[in-house]
Design a binder for this molecule. Structure first.
Ligand SMILES: CC(C)(COP(=O)(O)OP(=O)(O)OC[C@H]1O[C@@H](n2cnc3c(N)ncnc32)[C@H](O)[C@@H]1OP(=O)(O)O)[C@@H](O)C(=O)NCCC(=O)NCCS
Length: 146
């Protein structure tokens, strides 16, 4: 798909009123979790909103992406990157990465990291395209107790 010459997307911090849209999106994408039980609660989303960790991408009044970015003293962790199916491959992720780099410069943080399922070739390509380097591989483990 061809990229629009001027991508009309803006990023805004999420507010309480978007909690349902965020919750729905972050808990229903298999690529975003390590197992079927690995999901987040409304309370966690609410706390992340309060802590200004969640940015929403808008085209007009429509939410087209959710980005959950946590800042630590020396690095930033991209916990969730999600673009609506209909809005994919238009450069929204790339634009968020540029936006997050501005946030990092403002906070004097010079590293950003994330974890991606090895099978998620789309995200891995998107990261390479934005000049992220691939690091060591880890395997996800979990255990359910009765
Ligand atoms: C991964 C994701 C966030 C990318 O968002 P996006 O806005 O579509 O990405 P961009 O348009 O900025 O694409 C950047 C690059 O990624 C790669 N890419 C994106 N979609 C691709 C696809 N379907 N097939 C192959 N490469 C793809 C390309 O290299 C692309 O650059 P190009 O279009 O110039 O070739 C989006 O596909 C998504 O939300 N996926 C589901 C959730 C997910 O997997 N999140 C990551 C979990 S860690």
């Amino acid at each position: 798909m061809k990229k629009a010459p001027q991508l009309d997307v803006v990023f805004r911090l999420a507010t309480r009123k978007s909690i349902s849209s965020i919750f729905q999106r972050v808990n229903h994408e298999p690529e975003l979790s390590g197992s079927a039980h690995d999901s987040c609660t409304r309370g966690e989303v609410m706390q992340a909103i309060r802590e200004k960790k969640i940015h929403l991408a808008y085209r007009g009044n429509t939410i087209v992406g959710v980005f959950w970015l946590t800042f630590y003293p020396t690095y930033a962790f991209l916990e969730i990157a999600f673009v609506e199916k209909k809005a994919r491959r238009l450069g929204i992720f790339g634009k968020f990465i540029a936006f997050s780099e501005t946030l990092m410069r403002n906070r004097k943080v010079c590293e950003i990291v994330c974890e991606v399922e090895a099978a998620n070739t789309v995200m891995r390509k998107a990261l390479r395209k934005n000049r992220w380097k691939e690091g060591d591989r880890f395997v996800f483990y979990n255990k359910m107790i009765a």
